[in-house]
Ligand binder design. Sequence first.
Ligand code: AHM
Ligand code: MG
Length: 335
Amino acid sequence: MTKKISLTRYLVEQQRVDGHIPGDLRLLLEVVARSCKSISQAVNKGDLGGILGAADTENVQGEMQKQLDIIANEVLIEANEWGGHLAAMASEEMDSIYVVPNRYPQGEYLLMFDPLDGSSNIDVNVSIGTIFSVLKKPEGSPGVSEADFLQPGSQQVAAGYCVYGPQTTLVLTVGDGVVMFSLDREQGSFVLIKENVEIPADTKEFAINMSNMRHWDEPVKRYVDECLAGKEGPRGKDFNMRWVASMVADVHRILTRGGVFLYPWDKREPQKAGKLRLMYEANPMSWLVEQAGGAATNGQQRILDIQPTKLHERVSVILGSKNEVERITSYHGTL
Ligand code: AHM
Ligand code: MG
């Protein structure tokens, strides 16, 4: 029988082998994983735990919050604030940064998260998830402020997500490939299921919210039209379409069997660069995808190169199988 490798053991061994994961970062990742375990329990209980439905509050983006958005946010804050590994946190569900209170020691890392991604799927029993990104506080900056967070995604030191689906699966990168762990509920721990995750460079599957088609820009329309034309069209092959409306689930499918995901800028709200948030949605997902051999752009440039100007900045997202992302980016006339 092959030995099961727990997340804890995996991280300890990584720390030992090549020092890729410093002790404090290992602790941070374990605490994030523990938080995901608690969120997974709450998600599993659903109606039985009385946690479904709206919370009657709005977040900073003007979106109605669900009870589970707020619960997941609290779980992550409470678990992470006391360990001494963090200086501050930021979340989709909080207007401004959360500085580690004075009563706890301050660490050198900054943690960002979308505590419950895919909120529209919470009440209908469809996969949702938690996305997280870790940065290092710039050296020499006294205290901690929002400006410390405004680093391009290429500066991330760890990133990942946990998808709460038929299985609860944690996917992680520290810049040395992508690894996946599934929650073994009997053991109560995450167990390694896959290393060296690789996204095939070509695909026949795309993911986009087609109901927005009339609002898209020309390059996106062209790409999707060509996919829809199938064998008889310029691509010479039939495409399949999938859209879960939980980025975690769509990205998880792409990391598992390839594909391309688009949430582009559109004419509904032209002043916004896109729907998804750069710092705690697009950046961590883009890094995971690149680490698995895929690509991620906003149509103009690599997402990881974008210099953020504010915490809740939005961005247009095209990510997944490399050749497909490059094709779509070239349709924007920037390659
Ligand atoms: P959320 O963070 O409020 O859940 O919003 C992000 C989600 C993504 O998971 C998903 O890709 C997208 O919004 C779905 O949007 P739409 O409902 O327009 O299809
Ligand atoms: Mg989200």
